[in-house]
Design a protein. Structure first.
Lengths: 220, 543
């Protein structure tokens, strides 16, 4: 069973004449890391938006395991089905590393102690040592901040991890570290990791590479 | 822990900024309110003067054959008084009342040299020895009352033409004689008081004559500072103090320094008067004397007054014609208006302009009101002069203090406002980022709204309450000090703190911030989640 499946998915921007994603069909498996590559404007970010439930396909279906996205509560889908990592990290500067990771859990009503325990585990998993848990994001390097963002995504326990240019703001060393973490999450925890990237090094680190060109998705 | 600490820090900074704003604006409001009070409470003193005063020579015959009070400055007609009183809310009219006070113990002081003494009258029983066109020869004179030292066995008295046929030679009857001295000789003139057919009873004339000799001019006034000659500095306080508004209700008086000295009196002594019910126009050399039956009181009230001060007129005896009606004799006794006996009905009184003081109110309106009144006064042959009681100095003091306060409070206001704006902007950015992250993480909208808005609103309003309380307490401790400082150049009130400003400023600021926050959260919750994601990616420089 695929973790996430695209069935003839097309998308045209409101007011647009031609679709930016054309008839995309693919099955994303658990335990695999995918890289979606392609030139700017090819439709890969739009594809990721649909996978994340931020946009609904104009036609076709996105299926999480066996459930069609159209029939799911989108908030719940984003909370429990997929987790998103952005290039911008999206950390709150006035919260400590641990508080940033805990925040979504606290908002979902998870008791503070549980949330803190899970946050600590996730942070250790992405290589953020405990001494840095109480620091503010500004005290961390870009790579470390992105790892904190990954840790925050992990805490949701979502089977699918979506990353939009996660290494866009990182140097080579940090890119490798982040990709190692994502690979580990796919291979050791059985998550389905889908990374949208321009970076060939990131694409190389993926198990499979999908190309987008003029809205058409093709698997290599 | 850090989040809580930061929240506390944020609350403290917000409270501090609201304190700065509230304190700065509150202090300004306090001053502006006091300045307004001082401006409104300030009044000018407006005196009405005649355009032209007829030449008047006390030595002329007219001086003692007619009542010069009527010819010099006539009393106002009802119509004229009505015109002056037309704008009585802009210029409340304060009349001074003069009436006769008779002392059993003390004598009225003689007028200055060269002035006829209206108190000097001699009442005798005598035989008519001869009658000419303008004189009457009396013999076998027997003293009945009045000026005893003027009594002689035989008296030659001037007689007005209309009285020439009243008596026959050999008649023995009572005569009322006005008397005065020239070159050491007593001179006499027949008075009309005891003329048969319509004349006054001899015992009454005797009584009036005695009262004249013991009669004092009691002037009832709210404040001696409103008297024109006091304002000019011509009538001055010599000992103690003059009657003030605060003396209302007290039985006190101010007498002339000469009267005090010659009678061996001192401040604190009391004077007992029989106060008559007849109101008289003031005229320095005549005063309120009951020298005619028309001026004589019908009812009396006994009052005692404690001497609190003495006065002297710098021009005593050298008054010019236009000063007569505005000056007071040394036999004047000033008492508070509140001491006016109930038997006197001021509403029926007729005034000369000299007895009226107008008090235009509002420091900043004085010049304007003077202009209005000058127009009204000119229409009835009067002019008016105003003492602004130092308003220009007060206004300058207010302006200077306002500038000083602005300089003092501006840093509080500006730093408070800037800090508040920065904090609010920071809060909005944080909330915006938080909402974006949490929406992308799938946190339900309702929970998100509650978890972001409620803590922020609690923080905001707690900070506002703390800031307001701080400003209230701080300003409360400073207000007395400031009022004392301001009282050096303006009148201050006993009002409390400007609660409106102290509460309204932080209240409004918090309301605006709360509204902004709620609006932002609602906008973010209503915004398409895709847009939120795109914006968040754009921040990273990606299209």
């Amino acid at each position: 069973m695929n973790a996430l499946t695209l069935e003839n998915v097309s998308y045209t921007y409101p007011g647009g004449t031609s679709p930016v994603v054309k008839n995309a069909s693919f099955g994303f498996e658990a335990g695999t890391i995918y890289a979606v590559v392609g030139p700017s404007g090819s439709g890969k970010s739009t594809l990721l938006s649909m996978l994340a439930g931020l946009d609904m396909p104009g036609s076709g279906d996105v299926i999480l395991q066996e459930e069609n996205l159209k029939s799911l509560d989108l908030d719940k889908y984003r909370r429990e089905g997929v987790s998103i990592i952005f290039q911008a990290f999206c950390l709150l500067p006035l919260l400590t590393v641990r508080e940033n990771v805990c925040l979504p859990m606290e908002m979902q009503g998870i008791p503070e102690a549980n949330a803190r325990e899970r946050a600590a585990e996730a942070l250790v998993k992405v290589g953020i040592e405990e001494s840095k848990h109480k620091r503010f994001p500004s005290a961390l390097s870009g790579g470390e901040q992105q790892r904190v963002a990954i840790a925050r995504s992990l805490c949701s326990g979502a089977p699918v991890l979506l990353a939009d240019e996660p290494t866009g703001n990182l140097d080579g060393e940090n890119t490798r570290i982040v990709m190692d973490i994502l690979r580990r999450l796919a291979h050791e925890e059985g998550r389905c990791v889908i990374v949208v990237t321009h970076d060939p090094e990131v694409a190389e680190a993926a198990d499979r590479v999908l190309r987008m060109k003029d809205g058409v998705l093709t698997a290599e | 822990m850090k989040r809580r600490f930061l929240s506390l820090l944020l609350a403290c900074l917000t409270a501090a900024s609201l304190f700065g704003l509230s304190y700065g604006l509150g202090l300004n409001a306090l001053f502006l309110r006091e300045a307004q009070y001082s401006t409104e409470a300030h009044y000018g003193i407006l005196t009405l003067l005649p355009e032209n005063v007829p030449d008047f020579n006390p030595g002329t015959n007219a001086y003692w054959t007619a009542d010069p009070r009527r010819s010099l400055i006539p009393v106002l007609t009802d119509d004229e008084y009505e015109k002056l009183n037309k704008h009585n809310t802009a210029y409340p009219i304060h009349p001074r009342y003069m009436t006769l006070g008779v002392s059993a113990e003390y004598f009225r002081l003689p007028p200055p040299e060269g002035y006829y003494d209206y108190a000097d009258r001699l009442v005798v029983e005598a035989v008519v020895q001869s009658i000419n066109d303008d004189s009457l020869q009396l013999t076998d004179c027997v003293f009945l009352g009045g000026k005893a030292e003027a009594l002689q066995k035989s008296i030659s008295a001037w007689l007005s033409e209309d009285l020439a046929e009243t008596w026959s030679v050999g008649d023995r009857t009572e005569f009322s004689l006005r008397t005065w001295q020239e070159n050491g000789l007593w001179l006499y003139r027949v008075d009309k008081e005891l003329v048969p057919k319509g004349g006054t009873k001899p015992e009454d004339v005797v009584s009036m004559s005695e009262d004249n000799l013991h009669g004092f001019d009691l002037v009832f006034t709210e404040d001696m500072g409103w008297i024109w000659r006091v304002m000019q500095g011509e009538l001055c306080c010599i000992q103690g103090r003059l009657i003030e508004e605060t003396d209302a209700g007290s039985r006190v008086c101010v007498v002339s320094e000469r009267f005090l000295r010659e009678n061996d009196l001192a401040l604190g002594d009391s004077l007992l008067f029989r106060v008559g019910d007849k109101l008289c126009s003031q005229f320095a050399p005549i005063g309120a004397l009951a020298y005619t039956t028309t001026q004589y009181p019908r009812r009396w009230a006994e009052e005692a007054f404690e001497i609190i001060g003495t006065f002297a007129d710098a021009d005593n005896g050298n008054w010019t014609a236009d000063e007569f009606a505005y000056a007071y004799s040394e036999s004047t006794v000033f008492v508070p208006l509140s001491a006016l006996p109930e038997t006197i009905y001021p509403s029926s009184a007729r005034y000369t302009p000299a007895e009226l003081t107008l008090l235009p109110e509002g420091g900043d309106a004085l010049e304007r009101k003077l202009g209005w009144m000058q127009e009204i006064a000119a229409g009835i042959g009067l002019r008016c002069v105003m003492d602004d009681r130092g308003w220009s100095a007060i206004a300058a003091g207010i302006d200077a203090e306002e500038a000083r306060l602005r300089a003092r409070t501006l840093p509080f206001i500006l730093s408070g406002a800037v800090l508040l704006v920065l904090l609010f902007a920071g809060l909005l950015l944080t909330v915006k980022r938080k909402c974006t992250v949490l929406r992308l993480a799938g946190v339900p909208k309702r929970r998100l709204a509650a978890r972001t808005m409620i803590p922020s609103l609690v923080l905001l309003w707690s900070a506002a309450a703390a800031g307001t309380a701080g400003a209230f307490l701080y300003l409360g401790t400073e207000a007395a000090w400031f009022r004392e400082k301001w009282s050096a150049f303006m009148q201050v009130s006993e009002q409390g703190l400007p609660m409106g400003t102290l509460i309204l400023v932080p209240g409004l600021a918090s309301l605006v911030m709360s509204g902004g926050l709620v609006l932002l959260v609602l906008l973010l919750l209503g915004q398409d989640i895709h847009d939120l994601a795109v914006r968040s990616q754009r921040k990273a420089g990606k299209q």
